[in-house]
Design a protein around this ligand. Structure first.
Ligand SMILES: [Zn+2]
Length: 595
């Protein structure tokens, strides 16, 4: 197993990978950024290209590329393995290693087989003519059919089920993938998608997690679209159609276009505008906004002009405003969606994108176009609508700017408007508080103070041999416990005492992989915190760190002894009481004599 992960690690660069998620700033030989795993303003998240590790000095999180993707995506190891193996072009036969599978990867494997199967049907099956004709009519070319992996599901109750069974997948797993439904009548499974054009929906890594299926025959009893239900792999609230293909173009152009439907995305993609995605609902969820923000802070919305009324726009962007995303509106001719506009004239679409309006321009125009400014009642309503909108902006400079503009354009005193705005802001505050509580999970768990101190002591210690000399006689092994850092310290001291010198390379060969990885992190600390230290600075720091470490150790020990003493007293165990008291006195003595 470790061979596979090592192979993958050797083929991927940690800096490139992490850059897909956050912006990294060069810091000497390393890179740094505000930590994505806890809230902070000054960056304490570091990435070492040389060691191919990352580490946060704020919350203590760290590791290799696997750890990073696991943590940021909230995934298990088998899922991360598939993603990174794919990225690194490393082929793994998962069937030979059951430990590399879990329920989710089983579902993903089934979906992958299904995509391929549906796709082949669309290209070759005679029943799929209706789907091919439809695509021709919609002017979707072969290249797009390949790129978006479009497919066809046969008009049958068990065609897919039988195919997947022949591939040795279990009925229950196929059901978990959302591909079959259990009949209430006879308890048998039957295909969910029948006689439809299939649009695979992928996660940002390009793995298919579900489908949207479009109607093809007139007498179909189900709706125009049938979607995969919520499954272990498919969560509607964080799906963004086409993000897997669009993300590079989004980064390049530094804005994302959000459309309503799959056809809008495909047509636009064919027309050369590739930084386009579609949401699966009418509003953006906070999770979707977070994903969008990862690639760009600029969002353009291209919804049907009819529906892009004020309320609808508001609903779409509400969560995006909370996340401080810059929003523009792509204005479409009335009654048209991007797909239709592109079919009519590709250039019109390109122009519409180019002329996208900042959201507040759009909102001001909209509001002023629906009422009469000379009518006091209208005016009151318009002011109210605009104030609600302005109150949604997180940035106070933006809020002030719009408020000033409102005051100028309707000739109402700025201070009066400001007063009203504050009322809305107070109402919104409630929401902010809720959001803050959500953030709790990002708070770092309390670090073990002693372990952190010992890491620094090791970092300073191994750089100058007389520091090790000092440590071997001043931070004795009696202060050392059993954690990994403690064990590493012990090994270093033992190695030094034996050889009377310290060679990092040779020493690293003598310890196991886990300790070696920890040592890498510790050296990393040295690079970032002590790189301008000379021997003298280093020694001064080392002495005070040792003193603090011992103090921590003894205080902790006294607290433990106190607990034990109480227990012994309750049991009236005289012998124990005497023993503990002796230790207590000795530890107190040592604590008081720390210089
Ligand atoms: Zn952190």
């Amino acid at each position: 197993m470790s061979n596979i992960t090592e192979e993958i690690k050797s083929r991927l660069d940690i800096v490139d990978l992490i850059k897909e998620y956050i912006q990294l700033i060069p810091a000497g030989v390393n890179f740094k950024a505000p930590c994505p795993f806890h809230n902070e303003k000054t960056p304490s998240f570091f990435v070492s290209p040389e060691k191919q590790i990352w580490h946060c000095f704020g919350c203590g999180a760290g590791g290799d590329i696997f750890e990073f993707v696991k943590k940021i995506e909230g995934l298990e190891f088998p899922e991360v393995l598939r993603i990174l193996a794919d990225k690194a072009n490393v082929k793994i036969d998962y069937n030979y290693s059951p430990e590399l599978k879990n329920q989710k990867t089983k579902v993903l494997d089934i979906l992958q087989n299904t995509v391929d199967y549906y796709h082949q049907l669309l290209l070759k099956d005679k029943d799929a003519k209706v789907a091919r004709d439809y695509l021709k009519k919609r002017e979707i070319d072969e290249k797009a059919i390949e790129q978006f992996n479009l497919g066809y599901s046969k008009d049958s109750w068990d065609d897919l089920l039988n195919y997947l069974r022949s591939k040795k997948f279990a009925d229950l797993d196929i059901e978990a993938a959302g591909l079959v439904v259990k009949s209430k009548k006879d308890n048998k499974f039957y295909d969910r998608f029948r006689g439809r054009l299939m649009f695979p929906i992928n996660n940002i890594f390009g793995q298919t997690i579900g489908f949207t299926a479009r109607i093809l025959k007139k007498d179909d009893q189900q709706g125009k679209y049938v979607n995969t239900p919520q499954t272990i792999a498919y969560d509607k609230s964080n799906v963004l159609y086409n993000m897997d293909l669009a993300k590079m173009a989004i980064k390049q152009k530094n804005y994302t276009i959000l459309a309503e439907g799959q056809m809008d995305v495909i047509s636009s993609y064919m027309a050369g505008v590739q930084n386009i995605i579609a949401s699966s609902g009418t509003a953006l969820t906070p999770q979707q906004v977070k994903i969008i923000k990862r690639y760009s802070e600029n969002l353009m919305i291209a919804y049907d002009a009819d529906k892009a009324g004020l309320k609808a726009t508001f609903r779409i962007v509400d969560n995006a405003l909370v996340e401080n995303i810059n929003i523009k509106i792509i204005e479409m001719p009335k009654g048209m969606d991007p797909d239709q506009l592109i079919k009519e004239d590709k250039q019109k679409w390109l122009d519409a994108v180019k002329n996208a309006k900042p959201i507040m321009d759009f909102v001001f125009d909209k509001v002023f176009s629906i009422g009469d400014l000379n009518n006091v009642f209208h005016k009151k309503q318009m002011v109210r609508k605009l104030l609600v909108f302005i109150s949604k902006f997180r940035d106070d400079i933006e809020r002030e700017t719009y408020l000033k503009r409102l005051s100028d354009s309707i000739d109402i005193d700025y201070d009066l408007l400001k007063e009203k705005l504050d009322i809305f802001l107070n109402k919104n505050k409630k929401n902010y508080v809720v959001e803050k509580e959500d953030n709790k999970e990002y708070q770092p768990s309390k670090l073990d103070k002693k372990e952190e101190l010992l890491k620094k002591i090791i970092a300073l210690g191994i750089n100058f041999s007389n520091s090790l000399e000092y440590l071997s006689s001043n931070l004795e092994l009696e202060y050392i416990n059993k954690s990994l850092v403690d064990e590493l310290y012990k090994d270093i001291i033992v190695y030094y005492t034996k050889n009377n010198s310290f060679d990092l390379k040779i020493f690293k060969k003598s310890i196991d992989k886990e300790k070696s990885a920890l040592l890498d992190i510790i050296i990393f600390i040295f690079e970032n915190e002590y790189n301008d230290y000379d021997q003298n600075d280093s020694f001064v720091d080392l002495k005070s760190l040792v003193r603090v470490f011992k103090k921590e150790f003894l205080t902790e020990e006294l607290r433990e002894l106190e607990k034990l003493l109480k227990l012994a007293e309750r049991k009236n165990d005289q012998k124990k009481i005497e023993e503990i008291t002796k230790e207590f006195v000795s530890s107190t003595h040592r604590l008081n004599n720390l210089d």
